[in-house]
Design a binder for this molecule. Structure first.
Ligand code: SF4
Length: 361
């Protein structure tokens, strides 16, 4: 028998406090009032006091002048040169801007998510599923003002549910400036920061008050795996710090009654071949150090891509491929074991098909 919950109540604040005992309730996957928001939802940037905007603008420019925005800590003046991410200060390079229907149902809704795919990345994942965008400088250059005008087109012409900034870690200052510009032009839909979680706390602090939803990957747990597959040994530590900070800013994922996510944290985890034990550690971390009510998408669509499965550089006659250990799709058993580990850790809000008509909120 589960332990009862106890609460102290006071009527009109005048009577002495008395103890009332409620039976413990089992959590269920259906309508969850604590995670519902009364419409209309007002995005964070619309509640940011106008007096705070000059400070955001000034911080954005100062980060670009001495860039330590991500854990790479390049310390370069991006108005004059570039760091590891190879993107300067005046513009961002954008590969695609369009309503997108490949996201979670609560993000894409009926009209799509207004996605902006930025070119380049501050990680170098050898298996990157979007390597044609994130490993190659491709697309067109936009100033923050031009980017903000695209947000308005996505909202007014595309009728999308949100603005979804995909892989924006290396262009956070430009993104902050573009959100402020779009606000002045009439933007009124939520902003999604869709990140690998290789962010710095100062970068997330710049985004505070501008972003509504953090769509955060947590990729691998061990520094050795992170070094081999992501080329960033400090990734697990950076991701832990970033995801804790995101949760502090926006809390658990919340929806309006139409099933569209409006505010909060959604964590994505791509199950990798042979790395179930690392996945289990990630699930434990989320349950114990972020929130047992964290909304998690355990993804099974890994496929060998980018450098995985290519010929070894000095392979000679050898038939061995690069990154052979992840040169296969994941199995059903691997995906199931990660889901079981997540449930064993206490997580319960997953991106599953709903058991009723409509969205799973
Ligand atoms: S954002 Fe780019 S320049 Fe700045 S620290 Fe990261 S990799 Fe280096």
């Amino acid at each position: 028998m589960p332990a009862p919950l106890t609460r102290l109540l006071s009527r009109r604040g005048t009577l002495p406090l008395r103890t009332v005992t409620f039976p413990a309730r089992k959590r269920c996957l259906h309508l969850a009032p604590p995670f519902l928001i009364d419409p209309p939802y007002v995005p964070s940037y619309l509640t940011l006091p106008p007096s705070d905007e000059p400070l955001k603008r000034s911080l954005a420019h100062s980060h670009l002048s001495n860039c330590n925005l991500c854990p790479r800590l390049c310390s370069v003046n991006r108005y004059q040169t570039t760091g590891v991410c190879l993107i300067g200060a005046e513009t961002v390079k954008v590969n695609t801007i369009a309503p997108h229907f490949g996201e979670e149902p609560c993000i894409q809704g009926h009209n799509g998510s207004g996605s902006v795919f930025f070119s380049m990345c501050n990680l170098r994942c050898v298996f990157c599923q979007n390597h044609d965008i994130s490993h190659v400088r491709s697309g067109f250059d936009l100033t923050p003002e031009q980017l903000g005008e695209w947000f308005i087109k996505l909202q007014d012409v595309g009728n999308v549910h949100n603005i979804n900034l995909v892989t924006p870690e290396h262009v956070v200052p430009q993104v902050a400036l573009s959100i402020l510009h779009a606000k002045s032009l009439g933007l009124k839909i939520p902003i999604i920061y869709n990140t690998s979680s290789y962010d710095s706390l100062s970068s997330l602090s710049l985004l505070s008050g501008l972003v509504d939803i953090y769509l955060a990957d947590f990729k691998v747990w061990s520094p050795a795996t992170a070094q081999r597959l992501l080329k960033a040994e400090d990734y697990p530590e950076a991701a832990r710090d970033s995801i804790r900070a995101m949760q502090d800013q926006v809390g658990d994922l919340k929806f309006t009654p139409d099933g569209i996510a409006q505010r909060g944290l959604l964590v994505r985890h791509l199950v990798m071949p042979g790395l179930e034990s690392e996945s289990a550690e990630i699930m434990k971390f989320l349950a114990q150090e972020v929130s047992r009510d964290c909304f998690v998408n355990i993804m099974e669509q890994y496929r060998p891509a980018a450098y995985v499965g290519g010929p070894k550089r000095a392979g000679g006659e050898s038939k061995e491929k690069r990154y052979q250990e992840i040169n296969r799709p994941v199995t059903k058993e691997e995906v199931c074991s990660v889901r079981e580990a997540a449930e064993a850790a206490g997580l319960w809000r997953f991106c599953d098909p709903p058991r009723h008509d409509g969205f799973n909120i």
